[in-house]
Structure formats: structure tokens, C-alpha cells
Write a protein that binds this ligand. Structure first.
Ligand code: HEC
Length: 124
């Protein structure tokens, strides 16, 4: 009996994960940390506390980018360069991304783009 329940649960979970519903995947995936927490813990040391950039780490300023620009960059970075980003070299970040995922610092591209824009963009 226990085994059957477990099997049914597994199927339900898999259906959820593969996104059988109408909702897009990003709506049902929950992340361990908020974009703010991820940024402070893992992005700030290369892009600066305020997204102003950090030349010593070669991290470019990201405080003047629009939400669509940020989304494209982040999508590109997360997907190994298949996006339409105008950024040329994403090697550093892609490398870093694998490590971040292992530590649970996964994030939603849209949410992160919004966070960076709303928090750092001075051109508003
Ligand atoms: C090890 C240093 C490092 C870390 C950590 C890092 N970045 Fe980057 N980031 C870079 C470098 C270098 C570039 C430019 C070259 C590249 O894309 O690899 C970049 C590029 C970007 C770009 C594109 C900007 C542009 O003008 O091309 C965005 C957006 C960005 N990073 C966001 C983030 C976010 C969000 C995080 C945290 C999840 C993060 N970065 C963590 C070094 C880093």
C-alpha cells in the first residue's frame, strides 16, 4: 500500500515538474533564495554592491541596463550562450553559474532582471 502511494506521488510530482498545467514553468518553480539574497551573496563581489561594476574582477556595471537587456543577458548566461544577448563573452559567468546552482543559488531570470533594475538603475 505504501509503495503505491509513493508511486502516485512520484507521478504527480513529475507531472508538476514537467509542467503539465497551463502555467509557464517559471510560475511553479520556487527558489531557495530571493534575487536580493542571491545578488548580495554571489553577484556583488564582481558587479559591486550597487551594480556599479568592479574593474578588478572584470565585472561590468549593470546599473544602467533596462529590464529587457538584463533579461537577455541573464538568459544567455544561464543557457550557455544560446540567447540573443549583445554581451560577447559570457564565459566567466557561465562557469560561475554551475557553481552557484550547486550551492542552491538558482534564480529566476525575470525576477533577477527586475530586482537589478529596480534596485540599481540610476537612469530611472
Ligand atoms: C566571478 C565574477 C562574476 C560573478 C560572481 C558574477 N558576474 Fe556577472 N559578469 C561578470 C563578467 C566578467 C561579465 C562580463 C563578461 C561575461 O559576461 O562573462 C559579467 C556579465 C554580466 C551581465 C551582462 C552585463 C553586460 O553588459 O554584458 C549581467 C547582467 C550579469 N553579469 C549579472 C550577474 C548576476 C545577476 C550575477 C549573480 C547571480 C553575476 N553576474 C555574477 C563577472 C561576474
Amino acid at each position: 500500500m505504501k509503495k503505491i502511494t509513493f508511486t502516485l506521488l512520484s507521478i504527480a510530482t513529475m507531472a508538476l515538474l514537467t509542467g503539465c498545467g497551463d502555467k509557464p514553468k517559471s510560475d511553479i518553480v520556487t527558489y531557495k533564495y530571493t534575487p536580493a539574497e542571491v545578488y548580495t551573496a554571489t553577484c556583488a563581489h564582481c558587479h559591486g554592491d550597487k551594480g556599479e561594476g568592479m574593474p578588478s574582477k572584470k565585472g561590468p556595471a549593470i546599473d544602467k541596463k533596462t529590464i529587457p537587456e538584463l533579461e537577455m543577458d541573464l538568459f544567455d548566461i544561464k543557457n550557455g550562450g544560446v540567447g540573443q544577448s549583445t554581451a560577447t563573452e559570457h564565459d566567466v559567468m557561465e562557469h560561475n553559474m554551475k557553481k552557484l546552482k550547486e550551492k542552491g543559488y538558482e534564480y529566476d531570470v525575470k525576477a533577477m532582471a527586475n530586482y537589478i533594475y529596480n534596485t540599481f538603475n540610476r537612469a530611472k
